[in-house]
Design a protein around this ligand. Structure first.
Ligand code: SF4
Ligand code: ZN
Length: 323
């Protein structure tokens, strides 16, 4: 692909959207305790909260996170209430979560933690108090919004801060088409600024965005992981691209987008682990969507899960059906 892809304006992207889900501003829209391999290689428990907050200011073409957001700014005090409510539902002892084996809390807000509309700064003291018992706190944020406020938040935290940022893809044309309003240098600068202040960075990496074949999808996800590690990230979180946000559905109808299959998810994870440069985690949310061969699906899912948890390559037998 050598020519630029036709870009869409923010308004065109919004016009193609299906309806958003109805969400309750007093509760996270999802929450769970999950197993995740830590940076030091141990399998740890992570309290993951998908906070209900206000919609991200960006309009990336592949994004569907807006579906579970509010159109108006979050009310002051609501984020603290949501965290308290979810931790209570999960029966996590705020004073000593680590005694329950839960060392980390993820506060994902379907956007940018350091956007005042989504997480009001006035709420920081309460949030910091609520997460004080965790060894590390992970939030998500756009590279362009990683300024002084991240460093200030980090200086107030008792535990370690990790910021997850979307690098998405280093494919030049697809990267521009994503409408992410950033270039690769923005990602690199933000990463270097954060790590120089002792903040860990994880990168979201897309597996098979539109306009790529299955093989190209794996190739570019691998190149993107390499770039992320060159920038200094400690962990790459691989996200297989799903339809359902309007833009991608339109492209899928035109044959310009096909979600990746489970086999590519496995081989991309293996390629990342072979680099041996940091953690690689494959997102298994809604994994059934990516099944194209029922003969090997269960084995592949199990191997992906095991590789996520152990960070070691597990070789499987060739499938007689899909190869
Ligand atoms: S920056 Fe993240 S949350 Fe915002 S539109 Fe892009 S992908 Fe979605
Ligand atoms: Zn198969």
């Amino acid at each position: 692909m050598t020519t630029d892809l036709p870009t869409l304006s923010d308004q065109q992207i919004v016009n193609l959207r299906p309806d958003r889900n109805s969400v309750d501003p007093s509760k996270p829209y999802a929450f769970m305790v999950e197993d995740e391999c830590s940076a030091s290689g141990e399998l740890t428990k992570v309290a993951t909260l998908f906070l209900t907050s206000s919609e991200c200011a960006f309009r990336c073409t592949m994004c569907d996170l807006w579906k579970n957001t509010l159109e108006q700014p979050v009310e002051s005090g609501a984020i603290g209430k949501q965290i308290r409510w979810a931790l209570n539902e999960l029966e996590i002892d705020l004073a000593a979560p680590q005694r329950q084996g839960i060392s980390t809390i993820k506060l994902y807000n379907s956007g940018n933690f350091f956007d005042n509309r989504a997480v009001p700064r006035n709420d920081w003291p309460e949030i910091i108090e609520l997460v004080a018992g965790f060894e590390s706190v992970i939030v998500e944020n756009h590279p362009k919004l990683c300024k002084q406020n991240c460093l200030e938040f980090k200086s107030l935290l008792a535990g370690r801060l990790e910021i997850a940022m979307g690098l998405e893809t280093v494919h030049p044309q697809v990267s521009r088409w994503l409408n992410k309003q950033m270039c690769l240098e923005d990602f690199q600068e933000a990463t270097q600024r954060l790590i120089s202040h002792d903040i860990n960075v994880r990168a979201f990496v897309l597996l098979r965005p539109p306009f790529l074949t299955e093989q190209e999808g794996v190739y570019w996800a691998t190149k993107t992981m390499e770039y992320a590690f060159d920038c200094g990230v400690e962990c790459c979180s691989l996200v297989p691209v799903r339809g359902g946000n309007g833009v991608l559905d339109q492209l899928q109808k035109r044959g310009e987008f096909t979600p990746p299959n489970l086999k590519s998810m496995e081989s991309t994870l293996v390629a990342g682990l072979h680099m041996n440069r940091g953690r690689i985690l494959m997102d298994l949310w809604d994994v059934e969507r990516f099944v194209t061969c029922h003969r090997c699906a269960r084995d592949r899912q199990n191997r992906i899960l095991q590789m996520n948890q152990t960070q070691t390559v597990i070789q499987g037998d060739e499938c007689g059906n899909c190869g």
